[in-house]
Design a protein around this ligand. Sequence first.
Ligand SMILES: [Zn+2]
Length: 427
Amino acid sequence: MSLPIDDNGHANNIVLGSPVLEDGRYTVPFTVPDKLKPFFRSEEFWFECPDAGEVPESIAVVPAVANLLPFAWVFGCELRVRAIDKSFYDAVPEIRRGYDDMVVDLSLSGTFSADEIIDNSYSNEGGSPLSLFSGGVDAWCTLARHSSEKPHLVTVWGADVDCGNESGWKVVDEHSSSVAMDYGLDYSYVRSNFRDMIAYRALDTSSLMVACDYRWWYNLQHGIAIIGLAAPLAYACKAPRIYIASSNTEMDKPYVCASDPTIDNRFAVAGCRAFHDGYELTRQGKVDAIVRYARGSACKVSLRVCYHVQSGRNCCRCEKCARTILEILAGGGSPGDYGFDYKPWQFDILMWRMEHVFRLVYPEFYYDIAAAVKKRGITLPRSAHWVLSDDLASICDNGFKRGWGSFHDFGAGLYHGARDLIAGRAH
Ligand SMILES: [Zn+2]
């Protein structure tokens, strides 16, 4: 058989080996063409999902394929695998169509081939759906909306907490399992090096990515990657659906995001389909749904939203914590009941930083908060009154804040550059 050859005369294949299960870890070795080698820190993909147990090869390989397909499409390679699940194989052209419509500044090519296509479908009447659960606003809203279906919560170790960060993961894992216990739900985790294996800095600064100004994780990887990681568990549990919570909404268009109804809803594996949930709701609408749900529940709703999430706790010092605190207040809730632990003076400092230092690059969140506060006659603490200003746009973003932000980014760039050099990650 002749190999596809690229312009430089090199073989142009991404070839996956068969998954090997050892000590609870599935490992999938793969090879990439020379031109892609700088973008990988490892040519071995692995995942662990103890609750999925042993699954057929054509299912066990799905997480690796889901994470490598965008490379084949963007860099025009042939992705080859020995055996693949039929539902997933049939879904790939549909997912690809979603990508074609989404990443319009790239022209995708590449192909996907398998020696063997295996039908693993099952009838799924009455099975619990899986619900990907990060603990944030989006995921909690999906849990609230589908609570009557008793969703099986799934948290991915290796997404926002590094797959090697045991202490950060412990906090996240305990959070997800305590939520599941409180609400009488099943909970499983999937651990994977699906981010750790990729050299994002090299990839995002490659000429192709710089030309379109995309970021690999956000614009090309995360939706299909995270849903793909849940596929072996979905098969093992005969789940009918995998819910993945939306973070964008129709009103945010135009945007370029790898997780979207036009992509996620086309994902299928065995007898299971993915569903991108909550897309019709704004973030304030989601917080409102969570506050309503919490009122009718005997258990606490502890949100995990923070940008500094490696510690697993809400810092109550960052923009995202601040925004969520304001959304809960605007929803008529008390942030202390939702996992935000702070003193009144800490809140005042945080609000001062929001008003004077942080660039609030998505002012629509704050317009929604202001509208909800005014409509419901909510009284905010004095230090938060800036959100009700008639000139909210220039509070969210202005020359001073931009100048401060560039200064801060410059320092952070030096820091990360030095850290990558020390860690030997720079390419
Ligand atoms: Zn925070």
